[in-house]
Write a protein that binds this ligand. Sequence first.
Ligand SMILES: Cc1cc2nc3c(=O)[nH]c(=O)nc-3n(C[C@H](O)[C@H](O)[C@H](O)COP(=O)(O)O)c2cc1C
Length: 184
Amino acid sequence: MNVKEAIETRRAYRSLEDVEITDELLDDLALSASLAPSCFNYQPWRYVFVSDKAILEKMHEALSQGNEWAHKASLIIAVFSQKDLDCVIKDREYFLFDTGMATAFLILRATELGLVAHPIAGYSPKKVREILGIPEEMTVITLVIVGKKSEELNPVLSEDQVNREKARPERKSRSEFVYMNKYQ
Ligand SMILES: Cc1cc2nc3c(=O)[nH]c(=O)nc-3n(C[C@H](O)[C@H](O)[C@H](O)COP(=O)(O)O)c2cc1C
């Protein structure tokens, strides 16, 4: 699968089934994230890879309503960082940007490996910190829910979520977000 194919194949699917989480897979995902560019090569991203069944179950308590589908995760990746780990140039704080890029690399590699890697914002960062021992000063930016796509629709999905399982949500057209030569 080339990069374009990975970009086009990636979807935030919500009907998941179990997949085996090997150390080789975790090495591969970590390496893919680590090769992302970052300001001064500061590499501000931090991850907790959760594959232990008991801790995965505890993580269910941290998920918001509407994210019950994530109970089927075989791996949950907590993505976190803090301002001081990366460049701050006047009002520009790069930690979120750089961590986002590394996480996008990880997600695309997971896609290439035939997995679903679905980032979410619907969780309690406080509970995630408590469960995983992440210090207060770190921002828990996202959880990436990893599994294998199931052909069976997850019965907990809402009608809207079912529709989004079947077709990719619409995107803005180029003219809505690309400006040529000058912003206008
Ligand atoms: C920062 C972020 C937060 C998201 N939060 C949630 C979430 O809490 N629950 C969920 O089901 N999907 C969540 N998503 C997935 C988006 O809804 C999804 O990526 C978007 O609808 C586009 O669909 P696609 O990724 O399949 O193309 C999130 C995605 C991102 C990048």
